[in-house]
Write a protein that binds this ligand. Structure first.
Ligand code: NI
Length: 181
């Protein structure tokens, strides 16, 4: 397994729609495993392939706590088959928008169809945090970030701060050029 670099916003790759894989082969399985390793190391509870620059409809989720046995979910070509009329609000975060959080309203319960790591077609019903997390990750595969669900004011504030953080991280270290003059 290998840890992959996580793309942070703003970045045009996070706005792209990922393509279906159609079938789960060794390459997709490897991607799922690498994404899980990346997610556990971050640490996070979900990760979509677009966040590591792979434009394939693949996501991983694990809501187990640190003191529990891991319960990884690997999904290829996930599709929402049903969503509840009832909504729920959760404070969401994202590995691609580090250190920023916002309340997001989504359907409270879902049924998702997907291919598992063995290429078997499966369906899963979820509510609570799992429903939120799966919807958040499927959004990533459609180029949608959680900030796209909040007010423009809040979204722009978060994206401006992320851009600023990125720019200051990209500045050359205070060294030769500054002192050699
Ligand atoms: Ni995310």
């Amino acid at each position: 397994m290998a840890k992959l670099p996580i793309i942070t916003a703003p970045d045009p790759r996070l706005k792209k729609k990922a393509a279906p894989v159609g079938a789960v082969d060794a390459e997709v399985r490897q991607l799922m495993d690498d994404m899980l390793e990346t997610m556990y190391a971050a640490p996070g509870i979900g990760l979509a392939a677009t966040q590591v620059g792979v434009m394939k409809r693949v996501l991983v989720v694990d809501l187990s706590r640190e003191d529990e046995e891991r319960q990884p979910l690997r999904m290829a070509d996930p599709e929402l088959l049903w969503v509840s009329d009832e909504d729920a609000s959760y404070e969401e975060g994202c590995l691609s928008l580090p250190e920023h959080y916002a309340d997001v309203v989504r359907p409270a319960a879902i049924r998702v169809g997907y291919l598992d790591q063995d290429g078997e077609r499966r369906e899963l019903e979820a509510d609570g945090l799992l429903a939120t997390c799966i919807q958040h990750e499927i959004d990533h595969l459609d180029g949608i970030l959680f900030v796209d669900h909040v007010s423009a004011l809040k979204r722009n504030m978060i994206l401006r701060k992320l851009l600023k953080a990125k720019k200051s991280a990209a500045l050359p270290p205070y060294s030769e050029s500054a002192t050699a003059a």
